[in-house]
Design a binder for this molecule. Structure first.
Ligand SMILES: *[C@@H]1O[C@H](CO)[C@@H](O)[C@H](O)[C@H]1NC(C)=O
Ligand SMILES: *[C@@H]1O[C@H](CO)[C@@H](O)[C@H](O)[C@H]1NC(C)=O
Ligand SMILES: *[C@@H]1O[C@H](CO)[C@@H](O)[C@H](O)[C@H]1NC(C)=O
Length: 375
């Protein structure tokens, strides 16, 4: 665990021992993460928006101990994958949602979370939920953050601060979910071919990655899209409730992931050792959890723990209802928390594999190696 005070003590100790100032520049790793993405990693931004995509009522957050089980805007019962990874790396605290008061003041403490439920790579994704922060706007917010940091600690210190921070991006699920649903007439737009859609996603994503590179980001974690064909919502709309997964949807995702991964390998090559883009293969990790759920200690890899077994799957606690009646009995035995999102129990497995897994889980290195790397 690296924390600023231990770092400071170490420097002081060396100073006394060697009586020289040069050791003041001893590298001190402290975890800063800038988190971008959708509801899989939203830590409360949507609570500040007018939107239909919110997790601000119980039982969301029921297992999130820092809030005492109260909702925080996280779309799961406990911690997200980003929360767990941050904690495992010794983060001081969870990065605040950008839209929360004081988020900029606290940016140097742990980083900032820009993620927003129902947001996508493409600007139009999530229109039907009204408020959300599309990826492009999340990067705009980071731009504002950087300007604030420069004002606070100067150009040079900001540059090195950003260079050592981890930029984690979990996005794309909502673009796929929008694409597979029947078009709404008033939003119009004919659908492009699947291959063209995948290409548009990848090139729009790449454009934002290049913006972040320009702003000084050097350590990236790009989380691929998981097997959405297996989530309760998709199985319901694809009328495959009794099927395990929708192959059509999963093939669309795998095609996209492959193209994204290819693009990241290109970026890694282009940047040499100046930047690292880690691709996290959440598709294979999650598919393994679903296929071998009993091996992982789950009893159900099909139904949502909260929100019932049939559409519209609303997971909320009515004013007078007994909490236990709207949730499954044992949340640690379910892979899915609601019709869209994994439980904390599933997030723990995902996080562990992304953090310390082999090249099947993340490439070219795992997140712990990325975090420990000096560039
Ligand atoms: C904000 O940062 C300060 C240290 O600068 C820390 O003590 C405090 O807990 C942080 N607040 C939150 C909500 O993380
Ligand atoms: C981004 O996606 C849109 C479709 O939503 C597409 O028209 C546009 O060409 C894409 N932009 C880039 C740079 O790929
Ligand atoms: C809630 O459910 C539990 C277990 O089913 C039960 O013991 C308790 O009496 C219920 N509480 C209310 C207020 O209905």
């Amino acid at each position: 665990m690296t924390n600023p005070s231990i770092c400071g003590l170490l420097i002081l100790g060396l100073l006394v021992f060697y009586n020289t100032l040069s050791f003041l520049f001893l590298p001190c790793l402290s975890l800063t993460t800038f988190i971008f993405g959708d509801s899989l990693v939203d830590a409360g931004n949507n609570d500040y928006l007018f939107t239909l995509s919110k997790a601000d009522s119980p039982p969301y957050g029921v297992d999130f101990s820092p809030s005492g089980g109260k909702p925080t805007g996280r779309f799961t019962n406990g911690r997200t994958v980003s929360d767990i990874i941050g904690q495992s790396l010794g983060g001081n605290s969870f990065p605040l949602p950008f839209l929360a008061p004081n988020s900029l003041i606290n940016a140097t403490h742990a980083g900032i979370n820009y993620a927003s439920g129902s947001a996508g790579i493409l600007v139009q994704t999530g229109t039907m939920f009204i408020g959300r922060i599309p990826l492009q706007e999340q990067v705009n917010y980071f731009e504002q953050t950087k300007a604030h940091l420069v004002g606070k600690m100067g150009e040079k210190a900001t540059k090195s601060f950003i260079k050592n921070a981890v930029f984690s991006i979990t996005i794309g699920s909502n673009d796929i979910l929008n694409y597979i649903q029947p078009s709404l007439p008033f939003i119009g737009q004919d659908k492009v071919q699947p291959a063209i859609f995948q290409d548009q996603m990848v090139s729009n994503f790449t454009m934002q990655l290049k913006r972040l590179l320009k702003l000084g980001a050097r350590k990236f974690v790009i989380v691929g899209i998981g097997p959405l064909g297996c989530i309760p919502f998709v199985r319901a709309i694809k009328l495959g409730w009794f099927e395990k997964c929708s192959n059509e949807v999963n093939e669309l995702i795998q095609g996209y992931n492959k193209k994204l991964n290819r693009e990241l390998r290109l970026l890694n090559k282009e940047m040499g050792n100046k930047a690292v883009f880690v691709y996290a293969n959440s598709y294979d990790i999650f598919m393994d959890i679903i296929s071998n759920y009993q091996h992982y200690g789950f009893e159900d890899a099909k139904d949502p723990c909260c929100g019932g077994y049939f559409p519209p799957f609303m997971c909320f606690k009515g004013t007078n209802t007994n909490t236990s009646s709207i949730m499954c009995e044992d949340r640690s035995k379910y892979v899915f928390w609601d019709a869209y999102h994994p439980t904390e129990a599933a997030n723990l497995i995902l996080a562990k594999k992304m953090l310390d897994g082999d090249e099947k889980a993340t490439s070219p290195v795992n997140i712990r190696q990325l975090y420990n790397s000096q560039n």
